[in-house]
Design a protein around this ligand. Structure first.
Ligand SMILES: [Mg+2]
Length: 422
């Protein structure tokens, strides 16, 4: 028998996270803004109802929001990341097989099970809300592609309140696939959807009913697999080790324009500190660091300039000191004083597990010391908050720091910002 697969998706995730810790906004429209408070990137149901569109620049919707007494938040990624790991960890209470697909989505294998699929899904949904305060929607089907479609539908109109749609061996599958456009099928990208439309394949049902050899010729084996999944034939397994990372990135727009080299160094050093923490958290070390800087996308001065360069080393490392040397020497190569910069970023790549770090021929002892020092620093910062201990050269404020005038507290990741109950 085919296992039943569920896709669980947190509803309006960032907006829901903000709501968990502030009872005064329970029924209010809520929006969360992108970096530098630019555009709307998440909306509560109430915000959707008053007509706030996704991606709308704040200045265009600000008066609408004020008229409806809406709450506006700067993005608080520390809070969202932490709430996400709570949700994901709790899913293991229901099944050992969980694939974390994104910050707010996970696939679950629902077998073996004691209860009916509907009862199980409803109880997962209730428990998740009770434990974390985050509302979720669940779609169930024979395959991941179908579960995605079921989930999408579960969030719509008549099903929204219940938040569950079970398409496992369901007679409803046909009519729902007929109402789903090919471009809305998970895994069908924009280019593939154009090819399908040119062949008059417009809906998920038509894609499912087309001869698979034809789909294979048109969209290669990747597309053929999706068509098979639509028929209920499993081709995409649950990937529980999907946390394997190939690279780690931190890039941000600056609060203000920067031309000065020293300030640019400060910014990249701050971003480097963040990516290094993340890398060591996953017990990894990097072989290479890429630095990129860029002029303002909308107002490049004097002309667009977005260079990047990579430093690759013979030995992988997880030490900030070493990575800092690599970063600065790379930044020096691409910096040009005649431009006004708006953005910078760091990518660590060539990642290997840190226990596999090769023994160094010359510098072994110094490196071992640095490795231990960094681990100790991370442990302290984890306990007492970001940057409690940091290198003196790392500045946490500056012209490059993002504008975040409406950020909520770090309720779950900083002792000083815990929620106080009177
Ligand atoms: Mg979501």
């Amino acid at each position: 028998m085919q296992n039943a697969i569920a896709l669980l998706d947190c509803n309006n995730f960032y907006a829901s996270c903000e709501r968990v810790f502030d009872a005064s906004v329970k029924r209010k429209p809520i929006v969360v803004l992108s970096n530098n408070d630019g555009c709307v990137i998440a909306r509560s149901e109430e915000a959707k109802e008053i007509g706030v569109t996704m991606g709308a620049p704040l200045f265009k919707v600000e008066s609408l929001l004020t008229d409806h007494d809406a709450e506006i938040y700067s993005s608080n990624y520390a809070l969202y990341g932490d709430m996400s790991s709570r949700v994901m960890n709790l899913l293991h209470n229901f099944t050992p097989e969980v694939e974390i697909y994104s910050i707010d989505e996970a696939f679950l294998n629902l077998e073996p099970r004691k209860h009916s699929l509907d009862n199980l899904a409803h109880s997962i949904r209730e428990k998740m809300y009770q434990w974390t305060g985050i509302p979720v929607s669940i779609g169930i089907a024979e395959t991941k592609v179908l579960a995605k479609i079921a989930n999408r539908r579960a969030k719509k109109d008549e099903l929204r309140e219940q938040g569950v749609l079970n398409l496992y061996r369901s007679s409803k599958t046909e009519s729902i696939l007929k109402e789903t456009l090919v471009q809305d099928v998970w895994g069908i990208g924009y280019r593939s959807s154009l090819k399908l439309k040119a062949s008059n394949i417009l809906t998920a049902w038509q894609l499912r009913e087309t001869d698979n050899r034809f789909i294979r010729r048109l969209l290669t084996v990747t597309g053929a697999r999706i068509a098979l999944e639509l028929r209920g034939i499993k081709c995409l397994p649950l990937e529980q080790s999907s946390m394997k990372k190939h690279s780690i990135t931190c890039s941000r727009s600056f609060g203000q324009i920067i031309t000065n080299y020293e300030l640019l160094k400060e910014a990249t050093l701050y971003f480097l500190t963040r990516v290094c923490e993340k890398m060591r958290h996953h017990n990894l070390a990097a072989n290479a660091v890429t630095v990129f800087i860029s002029t303002d996308r909308f107002r490049p001065v004097p002309v667009p300039y977005s260079p990047s360069a990579t430093y690759s080393a013979t030995y992988p490392t997880d030490s900030n000191q070493e990575l800092q040397e690599w970063t600065f020497s790379t930044l020096e190569r691409i910096y040009d004083k005649d431009y006004e910069y708006r953005k910078a970023g760091i990518i660590l790549s060539g990642l290997v597990p840190s226990e596999e770090l090769t023994k160094r021929m010359f510098d072994d002892e110094r490196f071992e010391r640095q490795h231990k020092l960094m681990k100790a620093v991370d442990a302290i910062n984890q306990k007492f908050g970001k940057d409690t201990v940091r290198f003196a050269s790392v500045k946490t404020e500056g012209r490059w720091k993002m504008k975040q005038t409406r950020k909520s507290q770090s309720y779950t990741t900083n002792w000083n910002e815990l929620l106080i109950v009177n």
